[in-house]
Design a protein around this ligand. Structure first.
Ligand code: SF4
Length: 384
């Protein structure tokens, strides 16, 4: 690490010393949207609960991978986490400072909103849209430096740009700095967006499906680069992925966690091996079942298997089911599941929002729902 980057590292330490608080804390975060347009918006009482009461903490040098089907709220939650989406309820705190309080009431804030903006960066799914096609790489990378590192003169700025291009393996840096985005491959464009995010010396980066637009052969290379630089820059990441295999790779290599989302909530969270090999939430089992296997024998067996859901269709988020939102699809559902909304409970090896994690819940004495497969207790090791 160069002297400049070492200085950046000291900045992190000073910030960490401000308060004995997690780097990032989501407290009961809700993002509810009005539906319809015009007058309908006011007349309708229906709201989409894109995120509905999520609690999550991120520490220094931490990684959480949010996984779930399209429309489960993972992108909305990720954007709320880094201050790009204002929650309609709950709080998002950076080092103990409510980030929207810092924006609305700057005089009372311990940390300026501008500083929070710098500390939280995003890498988008499609790097082509994230880069201005009419500007050279040098100009694209100079913008954030001019805004946030005003102490740098033109010469130092140029040297910093070259150094960060080298960090993201784009050498010779002078050559790449002169190019326009259309002169770069998809992987190179994504490296530029990663370098641009790191230039801000961020504490948290939201990587929203950041590798899904790349060729399969480049994905592992990009994930490795991101994780190598995570160690170099002491950055925490919130990754968003619909792919359980990629989530496992990222979380396992970095010692992070996987958080499974369903209809606006985290329904299971834990270490990658625990979540994938010994899930305690029936929805995680569905995701695991639907992840393609590279083993042809396993793939053939899967084709013959019945999917571990009662219904394939995802419920309407404007009219979510009562109780546990997964109950209309859950093969383990009982009447108690339709009446009460589970929280995250300590399960066997993870935390899971399922009554089956609780030995004494009335779930165990209530009736199975029609076409549920029964209440076998072996998988979770708990029961009547
Ligand atoms: S609480 Fe009931 S419906 Fe929900 S996941 Fe657990 S068993 Fe299934």
């Amino acid at each position: 690490m160069s002297t400049d980057d070492a200085t950046d590292g000291e900045q992190h330490d000073e910030e960490a010393g401000r308060a004995d608080e997690p780097l990032l804390a989501l407290e009961d975060v809700e993002v509810h949207y009005d539906t319809g347009t015009g007058i309908e918006r006011y007349l309708s009482d229906k709201r989409v609960k894109a995120v509905d009461g999520v609690n999550l903490e991120l520490e220094e040098n931490d990684i959480v991978v949010l996984v779930g089907e399209s429309g489960c709220g993972k992108t909305t939650l990720g954007k709320s986490a880094v201050g790009l989406e204002r929650p309609t309820g709950g709080a998002v705190k950076y080092r103990g400072q409510d980030i929207w309080e810092a924006k609305d009431h700057p005089r009372g804030a311990d940390i300026e909103f501008r500083e929070i903006r710098r500390a939280m960066q995003i890498i988008h799914q499609d790097p082509a849209n994230a880069l201005n096609a009419s500007r050279r790489v040098r100009a694209i990378l100079a913008d954030p430096l001019k805004k946030y590192r005003t102490e740098l003169g033109p010469q130092e700025r140029e040297e910093t740009i070259y150094r960060y291009l080298e960090y993201v393996d784009m050498t010779p840096a002078e050559d790449y700095a002169d190019r326009y985005p259309h002169q770069l491959s998809g992987g190179e464009k994504q490296r530029i967006t990663l370098g641009r995010a790191l230039l801000m010396n961020p504490d948290v980066i939201l990587a929203d499906e950041a590798i899904s637009a790349l060729d399969v052969s480049l994905r592992v290379e990009m994930m490795d680069l991101i994780l190598d630089l995570q160690e170099t820059f002491d950055t925490s990441y919130v990754f968003i992925s619909h792919d359980l295999a990629n989530a496992r790779y990222l979380a396992k290599r970095a010692g992070g966690r996987i958080a499974i989302m369903y209809l606006g909530n985290i329904v299971e969270i834990g270490g990658p091996d625990e979540v994938i090999q010994n899930p305690s939430h029936p929805y995680t089992e569905v995701l695991r079942w639907s992840t393609p296997s590279m083993d042809p024998d396993v793939a053939m067996e899967r084709i013959k298997e019945k999917p571990p859901v009662r219904r394939i269709d995802v419920p309407d988020p404007q009219d979510p089911p009562s109780g546990c939102a997964f109950h209309p699809r859950c093969t383990k559902a009982r009447e108690a599941c339709a009446a009460e909304d589970p929280e995250l409970y300590d399960a066997e090896e993870t935390e899971a929002a399922c009554f089956r994690a609780l030995d004494n819940h009335e779930y165990w004495s209530s009736q199975e729902l029609e076409d549920a497969e029964g209440s076998g207790t072996a998988e979770l090791g708990v029961g009547d």
